[in-house]
Unconditional design. Structure first.
Length: 123
């Protein structure tokens, strides 16, 4: 269960770093204000959201590769090695998506784990 908390903390850190990064980009707020109440505003916001999501996923993958961190090993300890790069890639994408999706994914993974290993006590 500790790895799930670590995933949530990593997601929160990445989310906060992205929020800070968006605020520090010069001219971004000015562009948003200029485009307010126009059709281009929706397109601008959509592009910004997509860019932030991609940047978050890349940042998450970099963190997971650098820290050698993955959650699939915790869920399926005998099937997936702790040094598996695929585990780091998936964990980085999940962490980089933000904290809200992480909450949902953790619930899904715990549900799958409980169905697969019903007799084993889950921490």
């Amino acid at each position: 269960m500790d790895s799930f908390y670590a995933l949530l903390v990593l997601a929160l850190i990445i989310e906060r770093l992205l929020e800070i990064g968006v605020v520090l980009i010069p001219g971004l707020e000015d562009t948003k204000l200029k485009l307010k109440d126009t059709l281009d505003y929706k397109q601008f916001v959509l592009k910004l959201k997509r860019g932030v999501l991609v940047a978050g996923m890349v940042l998450g993958m970099l963190f997971c590769f650098f820290l050698n961190f993955g959650i699939l090993n915790s869920v399926f300890p005998e099937q997936i090695s702790a040094s598996n790069r695929f585990d780091h890639l998936i964990t980085g994408i999940i962490a980089g998506s933000g904290s809200e999706p992480v909450h949902h994914i953790i619930k899904i993974i715990i549900g799958i784990r409980q169905k697969l290993i019903p007799s084993r006590a889950i921490e």
